[in-house]
Design a protein around this ligand. Sequence first.
Ligand code: GAF
Length: 382
Amino acid sequence: MEVQDIADKFKQLFDATPLLVRSPGRINLIGEHTDYNDGFVLPAAIDKEIIFAIAPNQTRKARFYAFNFDDSFEVDLLELTRNEKNWANYLMGVVWELQQLGHRIEGFDLVLGGNVPIGAGLSSSAAVECGLAYALNALFELQVPTLDLIQLVQRAENNFVGMKCGIMDPFAVMLGKRDRVIKLDCRSLEYEYYPFEIDAYRVVLCDSNIEHALVDSEYNVRRHQCEEGVRIIQRRAPNVQSLRDVTMGLLRQCRDEMDPLIYRRCSYVVQENTRVELACRDLEVRSLNAFGKQMYRTHHGLSHDYEVSTPELDFLVARSQEDPHVLGARLMGGGFGGCTINLVEVDHVTDFAERMKNAYYTETKRDLSLYVTRIVDGVSPV
Ligand code: GAF
């Protein structure tokens, strides 16, 4: 699907000249399930995008058309409520949160569509939400600063959609930069761009084609388990606000007071925060080998201690680990399905893809989808 397809559809449905905006999906190199623990992450925006065509319609209504689903939805902007058309909730959530900030959103028409796979852990949801937030901000000259838009998108997903996600995804989608990864401190929201110079390698995503469903899933349970861990740790260390403030030494001191399951959840998060720091140092000295090893360690923690993997994702990572042309691999995003992220030698990407597809089919009788990604800029006008 091209930008032109979206623009043509808009013309056909609404007969007006729209503003066009692109909004990318994201990858995360390392730092998984750390964002809602006030920790560190290392994401980037990628060349899978959703295109928006939008124009005011001089009514009180928003009219949406989702190209990928060939489905439409219309709503009175003064009567926004959750709907069984789930895709529309991501859009309404953004409008709702803008209204909560006191902005009057006039009626508008919208066509959206793109190639960010849904449920693959590439944050199609943040791509949809950020694209609309950016587009409405531009269309109605609301002058909401970018950082506020990012936080608003997180609230839209937390409150309207009901998924208690962290800040990483909207941050990467809005502020991604070509050929850079973002080291983000999810507590202070200070961030730094790191050059991601991997000339001889490619970031390859292996999509298990098992759609993750985070809203009703274990994701929110993991959040609560981390919070419970923090409450127990606070009995000894009242200054601790989140797992970000905890060392393995302190956690071990609290071990006897904790359910073993809570201990394992917390120990994963504490170690993952350290891994982000180490991985950034690896990038600074251009040691991609060491960086890749951190990725494997992350996967081990996500699978054994945080328990958000699936047999299929474990299989894919184990296969990558046997391959001398892969530096590192791990499940990416919330887990329970979706993709693995792999650092693969550029000259071996084709062989890698072939081998992984065959092995995955033999093991699971499912098809594997592969995406060789490039790191691009965050949301922008087209
Ligand atoms: C999902 C969430 F939306 C993010 O906020 C983050 O927690 C991620 O899972 C896990 O790192 O993508």
